[in-house]
Design a protein around this ligand. Structure first.
Ligand code: CP
Length: 310
């Protein structure tokens, strides 16, 4: 693959290759010296048109730990504000010969559009409601390490499914790896015709969580609800917020996940989120750096093969 735009085009073997290489980077990141030079001489540009803490920081660290020259574009201060289009911005940066472009954008499909116009590898760091492939890969690595496998697990994704690129990428990945996925949330926050994905849908947490191995919570994405129905936070927490009592319906060793940013007391109880016996939320962040190192390492190898043939 030339780019990493989504989980959709990946095969089981691609997913395994990325996760296996990520394991090596997890080990490297736990050492006091965390530097390799596999991206030495390459230029990585991060373009975030939407806010980010985890994804932006981990892509930057990942590039630096592998020896790339990393540039973070301050998109708020860029010429977009003067009316330059996304494509013109991309073509301008492309003319500076980057090797890796990491892009987050509020519009679904914007990153694919941009990838068509540039010569380098493009990594999707989240586009609208469409995909967030590195998030699904880091979630998969977290699950595989906690459960010892990434197939035949029962996994509940809970909350605002309709607006979530994290849910979409996870649904695709977990399905490809032959897991049973359940979606739990209010019908107003469920995409239409979701059953066609081959998932079970619930609007009752206790029923949906019964005997699952993994509970994945999502944030209410109010910024994408543009004038539509926004539930009251109190009512939402009562019905769909994860607490000890609702979690008791899952398997006794079920793990709790959240991609962040988290709203404590809205979709998850704060004490449960911090309970290291149940919650793997901090592990997810740790896996994020390793997965992004692996993804950029593999894409740069593809780029070098192209160079060798030229
Ligand atoms: N999970 C995730 O994408 O977090 P950020 O928005 O902070 O990058």
């Amino acid at each position: 693959h030339r780019h990493l735009l989504g989980i959709e085009p990946l095969h089981q073997e691609d997913i395994r290759t990325i996760l296996d290489l990520s394991e090596r980077y997890v080990d490297l990141n736990r050492q006091s010296k965390k530097h390799l030079d596999v991206l030495s001489g390459l230029t990585q540009i991060n373009m975030f048109f939407e806010n980010s803490t985890r994804t932006q920081a981990s892509f930057e660290l990942a590039g630096k730990r592998l020896g790339a020259d990393v540039m973070n574009m301050a998109m708020q201060a860029s010429s977009l504000k003067k009316g330059e289009t996304l494509i013109d911005t991309a073509l301008t940066l492309n003319a500076m010969h980057p090797d890796l472009l990491v892009v987050r954008h509020p519009h679904s499909g914007a990153v694919n559009l941009l990838a068509d116009k540039v010569n380098c590898a493009v990594l999707n760091a989240g586009d609208g409601r469409h995909e967030h492939p590195t998030q699904a890969l880091l979630d998969a690595l977290t699950i595989r390490r906690a459960k010892g496998r990434l197939h035949r697990l029962s996994i509940a994704i809970c909350g605002d499914i309709a607006h979530s690129r994290v849910a979409r990428s996870n649904l695709l990945l977990l399905g490809k790896m032959e897991n049973r996925v359940r979606l739990i949330g209010p019908p107003t926050l469920m995409p239409s015709r979701i059953e066609e994905f081959g998932v079970e849908v619930f609007d009752d947490m206790r029923e949906g969580l019964r005997d699952v191995d993994v509970v994945m919570m999502l944030r209410l994405q109010k910024e994408r609800m543009d004038g539509g129905f926004i539930p009251s936070e109190r009512e939402y927490y009562h019905r769909f917020g994860l607490d000890e009592e609702k979690l008791a319906h899952a398997k006794p060793d079920a793990i709790v996940m959240h991609p962040g940013p988290m709203n404590r007391g809205v979709e998850i109880d704060g004490t449960l989120a911090d309970d290291i016996n149940r919650s793997v939320i901090q592990e997810q962040v740790e896996m994020g750096v390793a997965v992004r190192m692996a993804a950029m390492d593999l894409l740069s190898r593809h780029g070098r093969e192209g160079e060798d043939q030229a």
